[in-house]
Write a new protein. Structure first.
Length: 248
């Protein structure tokens, strides 16, 4: 891969082109994003997210940055803990959906404050050592410069702060990989066409999963960003994985 290009699905494009096109994808799917998550995972994404939040263990009084948290799924699960949660996303359309969902839920101040902020994971405007925890769920693979975003995550965490990321990966279960590949490349785009009237966006999302680094490679990227005590927790043989690390 040329130093001047990055992957957008199976294409190689200029970094700024990927940022723009990923933005277009999520603007297109924002209104149907949560419905599509249910349809594509058979509702299992809800269980995965519950499991993820149990690993994070949000506590009252903590400050947590939920990156790529647009529609609020993770923030809403953490809010009852009493943590102060800042939800960031590069896409304002996704954030608008999250704000509307928060209003529909009638979240109260005593359930933890929620702040919504449109920001790029690669260039956060927060001061160093601002947060106790950093979470990112199904978002890191869409970042143009992943190592840079990981370094930013490390920068904004306080010493002893924890990093948690859940992302699609490559399953290691024999037989299931082949079935999952067919599902991702053939079924997901068609579901996107039927439910969200957007086949191309879901074709990209399927391709982006295949281009994402395998679990050991991504764990090394997290260590290279300065995190210690890294851990990987595979789900469905690694089709989904929870990655974690601590800022030293």
């Amino acid at each position: 891969m040329s130093e001047k290009t990055v992957s957008f699905g199976y294409e190689e494009v200029a970094p700024e082109e990927k940022t723009r096109r990923v933005g277009d994808v999520f603007s297109n799917v924002a209104s149907k994003y949560d419905i599509m998550n249910d349809a594509m995972s058979g509702g299992m994404h809800r269980l995965w997210k519950d499991r993820f939040v149990r690993r994070v263990k949000p506590q009252a009084g903590e400050t947590i940055l939920d990156m790529a948290g647009g529609t609020g799924d993770i923030a809403f699960r953490m809010a009852p803990s009493g943590a102060a949660i800042t939800v960031c996303d590069i896409n304002q359309d996704m954030l608008d959906v999250g704000v509307e969902r928060a209003m529909d839920r009638g979240l109260k101040d005593d359930e933890g404050s929620l702040v919504w902020s449109c920001q790029n994971a690669e260039e956060l405007n927060f001061a160093s050592s601002s947060f106790d925890a950093y979470t990112i769920v199904f978002g890191i693979r869409n970042v143009t410069d992943i190592p840079k975003a990981l370094r930013e995550a490390n920068r904004v965490l306080r010493p002893g702060g924890r990093f948690f990321c859940m992302e699609f990966s490559t399953t290691e279960w024999p037989g299931f990989k082949e079935v999952y590949d067919v599902y991702s490349h053939k079924v997901m785009p068609k579901m996107g066409k039927i439910i969200a009237q957007d086949e191309e966006s879901y074709r990209y999302l399927a391709e982006s999963i295949r281009r994402f680094p395998k679990m050991p490679e991504f764990e090394q990227m997290i260590r290279d960003a300065g995190f210690a005590n890294t851990k990987v927790e595979p789900i469905l043989g690694g089709a989904v994985a929870i990655h974690s690390g601590w800022k030293i």
